[in-house]
Design a binder for this molecule. Structure first.
Ligand SMILES: *[C@@H]1O[C@H](CO)[C@@H](O)[C@H](O)[C@H]1NC(C)=O
Ligand SMILES: *[C@@H]1O[C@H](CO)[C@@H](O)[C@H](O)[C@H]1NC(C)=O
Ligand SMILES: *[C@@H]1O[C@H](CO)[C@@H](O)[C@H](O)[C@H]1NC(C)=O
Ligand SMILES: *[C@@H]1O[C@H](CO)[C@@H](O)[C@H](O)[C@H]1NC(C)=O
Ligand SMILES: *[C@@H]1O[C@H](CO)[C@@H](O)[C@H](O)[C@H]1NC(C)=O
Ligand SMILES: *[C@@H]1O[C@H](CO)[C@@H](O)[C@H](O)[C@H]1NC(C)=O
Ligand SMILES: *[C@@H]1O[C@H](CO)[C@@H](O)[C@H](O)[C@H]1NC(C)=O
Ligand SMILES: *[C@@H]1O[C@H](CO)[C@@H](O)[C@H](O)[C@H]1NC(C)=O
Ligand SMILES: *[C@@H]1O[C@H](CO)[C@@H](O)[C@H](O)[C@H]1NC(C)=O
Ligand SMILES: *[C@@H]1O[C@H](CO)[C@@H](O)[C@H](O)[C@H]1NC(C)=O
Length: 746
């Protein structure tokens, strides 16, 4: 991950371009005609190199060259395509920007021009050669006459770090996808302003996909901002020593599968998940002790309901940062996991928090070895929770990752609990705006972003977006080390993470949408969040079925003994059947309490709903072969699992562009799940029928869409209202159901 660039020693090199994976070279590929262009533009330097297929990587810095320790999230060399070897400092052409230059890699052309109409070669533009030979300008640096330079730098602090703003031209009709996840009900992010700061349920990530058929990857770990105006797209880095980005194109507009293949060859290709993980995952806040978990497993066994994994939530430790179960509540974890496996075949997962309290068994050792994050001006605490001040372990420090893993290995893994829930992983503080021990009654949140934490790798402002990524990496490296397997090979475990960053899909790690509220509006918003995750490259995604916590202003929210919440729960749970991972979780309320906390099992929602919930769990297992095929394709080529409608129907259905542009519910709450299933979850109460927009498929079949529950077939290009009683989620399939269930779909 830390690429040694030695950019300081920029000497003109004659190293050649190498192909990193010849198997996938597209036919008639235009071999890059340069190893790079070094542009000395007065006070600043740019190095532009072909990268992957149809891509260019740009690195820019004012005055002093970068240290060489800058953090990158790109495979270097890429998994597929061309790169210079080593990619660090090679270039064919050096210029001061007085003349226009052009480089070509595949169908992407990088040109340098003057700012406006005048001659010169310091403004970058990216164009694609279309299949018919015509050329389309994808974007160029945004430079209206006599305005701020599109690459601008400032030195706000005392050190060598600068802040940077880079602006690119956009058109009002361009659509913007990806960008990580927010809670904004937008698949098309045009017009949106997104802070590159992590919070619980917000994982802003600068992998930006354009409807013009290219992607932009802002390959930097710091905080900042993304702005998608009608004429200008702007990226801001709060503090850095290098600006590093990639533009990569699809061969033509609308080819999202190739574009995702290109992106994932640079950022991350997912391994395949273990088969069991595709089943039903049982969780609640919280199973409190060993007896409760064993009784739970017995209940699944007696009811003959399949369960893939049982999850132990937080507060299962004696102190934050022990990274061990509290022996008073969990006297024999190995026996427990054996009983669970024996009765149900299920795996176990346990939550870990990154936070270390002063009374933790590990505090002194971590502090003595410099493995905790601190605040900018000293060793200060970074947050507090439930009466304890805490410091987060420093995931950016490799030695801290080893320390954490040793605890997890000894206390969980070797006791048969082999899957890890990376909760509160957002970095900086504990993922919420800072509040001290319930003072939110008086102070809703302090008016600062996150504490300016100091890590081994830098500051929160400078490298904070690395934190969750490196935390996922800690678990990945740990399990890979004990199992003797390589990153990228089939996963034997999964982690579940509340955050992530560019390329997180390379780990055996599921991202979930965070601590959502148990109301209908929140259910609706999650769908768009998942579709943005997909475009960002995160195929492994899920939610808390039912939402995580009650909305205090809604009397029934989260209460399992109310008809209102039961209905919401059934709708939410049935949707998770058609998500990459099927998982329930949440903090529940109840009138009848049978355990330490209220129940959240398949049989907890009333006699009339139990068969519906169990029916969806069985359906999930019937989809097993289909799921495996879909995950395998994601592994091989990065082909998205959850598929926003623009991915498959933008070219065959002229209405899709407009519906997506407007973020119509037909595009923010509908998607294709794998290649054959159209899913449109019900997101309103008391519904008996549901409108669905069925896209034109471009195939020969006049009625290609079959409604799952009735087998009635429908033509595309129309809104249909289908019966949607509470037991039926609107789902349509393409092709025969037999082919789908057999997994024979690619
Ligand atoms: C690379 O190809 C482009 C497009 O054909 C051409 O304009 C440019 O001059 C070439 N550059 C070099 C360095 O050969
Ligand atoms: C060539 O392809 C581009 C992009 O698809 C399209 O806009 C243009 O109209 C086409 N030109 C011709 C002459 O077909
Ligand atoms: C697992 O089940 C078998 C028989 O079904 C029993 O002999 C064995 O003791 C059980 N093991 C545990 C750890 O419960
Ligand atoms: C706070 O910690 C105490 C133990 O010190 C525990 O009993 C209590 O449940 C915790 N509160 C929450 C909200 O978890
Ligand atoms: C895993 O093993 C590698 C190679 O020995 C080592 O560098 C790394 O620190 C280990 N990671 C963990 C989390 O144990
Ligand atoms: C879109 O769905 C949301 C629920 O997620 C709902 O509140 C809203 O009314 C819907 N909009 C339209 C136009 O149907
Ligand atoms: C374990 O949890 C169950 C269910 O909440 C409770 O009845 C029991 O008393 C607890 N046992 C211990 C040892 O805490
Ligand atoms: C749903 O139906 C129930 C019972 O028929 C009713 O009490 C409730 O007000 C309805 N909810 C909404 C949001 O219409
Ligand atoms: C439509 O049918 C024709 C003739 O049967 C066939 O050649 C063509 O490939 C079909 N197109 C699609 C998209 O299935
Ligand atoms: C729909 O067709 C499938 C076979 O493709 C069949 O298993 C199912 O029972 C049918 N459903 C109805 C309601 O006819």
């Amino acid at each position: 991950m830390f690429t040694l660039l030695t950019l300081g020693l920029l000497a003109q090199a004659t190293l050649t371009l190498a192909l990193t994976n010849s198997n996938s070279t597209p036919p008639n590929y235009f071999y890059p005609n340069s190893t790079g262009l070094r542009l000395q533009h007065g006070l600043e330097t740019l190095l532009i190199q072909p990268f992957g297929y149809d891509g260019f990587r740009v690195r820019a810095w004012p005055f002093r060259p970068p240290s060489g320790n800058e953090i990158s999230f790109l495979y270097d060399p890429p998994l597929e395509g061309y790169t210079t070897v080593p990619s660090g400092n090679t270039y064919t052409t050096a210029t001061t920007g007085t003349t226009s230059q052009a480089l070509r890699n595949g169908n992407l052309i990088l040109r340098t021009t003057g700012w406006g109409g005048e001659p010169g070669g310091y403004r970058l533009s990216f164009s694609r050669i279309n299949p018919n030979g015509s050329e389309t300008l994808l974007t160029n640096e945004y430079a209206p006459l006599k305005s701020l330079n599109p690459r601008s730098y400032q030195y706000p602090g005392p050190g060598a770090e600068f802040s940077a703003e880079f602006s690119f031209s956009a058109t009002p009709d361009e659509q913007i996808y990806g960008t990580g996840t927010q809670q904004d009900h937008m698949v098309n992010k045009k017009g949106q302003v997104i802070d590159l700061i992590n919070f619980n349920t917000h994982i802003p990530t600068p992998v930006v996909v354009s409807s013009k058929g290219y992607a932009f990857i802002w390959n930097m770990p710091g905080e900042g901002r993304m702005e998608f105006g009608p004429l200008r797209t702007r990226f801001t880095a709060k503090t850095t020593t290098l600006v590093d980005y990639v533009v990569v194109a699809a061969p033509e507009e609308g080819d999202y599968d190739t574009l995702q293949q290109r992106i994932s060859a640079l950022t991350g290709r997912a391994p395949t998940p273990p088969d069991w993980a595709l089943g039903y995952i049982q969780s609640k806040l919280r199973y409190e002790n060993q007896t409760e978990v064993e009784l739970l497993a017995r209940a699944f066994h007696e009811r003959e309901i399949p369960v893939a994994m049982i999850v132990i939530d937080y507060q299962s430790w004696a102190a934050q940062g022990n990274w061990a179960l509290d022996p008073r509540l969990w006297p024999d974890p190995a026996a427990m996991s054996a009983v669970v496996r024996n009765l149900t075949g299920a795996e176990m997962m346990a939550s870990l928090w990154p936070s270390v309290a002063d009374n933790s068994d590990n505090y002194a050792a971590l502090q003595a070895n410099g493995l905790l994050s601190a605040t900018r001006d000293g060793p200060g605490t970074t947050d507090s929770w439930n009466g304890s001040y805490i410091r987060n372990y420093d995931s950016t420090n490799p030695a801290a990752r080893v320390f954490l893993w040793e605890m997890l290995r000894e206390n969980y893994y070797e006791n048969g609990i082999k899957n890890f829930w990376i909760d509160q992983a957002d970095g900086g503080a504990l993922g919420e705006a800072y509040e001290n021990n319930g003072q939110s009654t008086y102070i809703e949140s302090v008016p600062f972003a996150l504490p300016n934490v100091l890590y081994a790798a830098g500051t929160q402002l400078g490298v904070g977006k690395l934190y969750p990524w490196a935390h996922q990496q800690a678990i990945e490296e740990g399990v890979r080390n004990v199992t003797g397997t390589e990153e990228g090979s089939a996963c034997e475990y999964v982690s579940l993470s509340r955050s992530g960053f560019i390329g997180s899909q390379r780990f055996c790690s599921v991202i979930w949408s965070g601590d959502t509220t148990s109301v209908w509006e929140t259910l609706g918003v999650q769908v768009a969040s998942g579709l943005s995750a997909a475009a960002t490259g995160w195929g492994w995604w899920t939610v808390d079925a039912g939402g995580f916590q009650a909305d205090p202003t809604v009397w029934w929210s989260g209460n399992i003994d109310t008809a209102e919440f039961r209905q919401l729960y059934v709708r939410w749970l049935q949707w998770t059947t058609f998500l990459p991972f099927m998982r329930t979780h949440g903090s529940r309320a109840c009138y009848v309490q049978s355990a330490y906390t209220c129940a959240n099992e398949p049989w907890s929602y009333g006699e009339e709903n139990t068969p519906i919930i169990v029916g969806y769990i069985h359906l999930r297992y019937r989809l097993g072969r289909y799921l495996k095929a879909v995950f395998n394709q994601f592994h091989l080529t990065g082909r998205s699992i959850m598929r926003p409608l623009y991915m498959d129907f933008g070219k065959t259905d002229p209405k899709i562009a407009g519906l997506t542009a407007a973020n119509s519910n037909f595009t923010t709450q509908q998607y294709l799940f794998g290649p054959r299933l159209l899913v449109s979850p019900v997101t309103l109460p008391n519904v008996t029928e549901w409108p669905v927009y069925l896209p034109l498929t471009g195939g020969n079949d006049t009625k290609p869409w079959t409604y799952w529950w009735t087998n009635v077939t429908y033509a595309g290009g129309q809104v249909v209202k289908v019966p949607a009683p509470v037991e039926h989620i609107p789902v349509f399939h393409l092709g025969s159901r037999e082919a789908l269930l057999s997994g024979d779909v690619f």
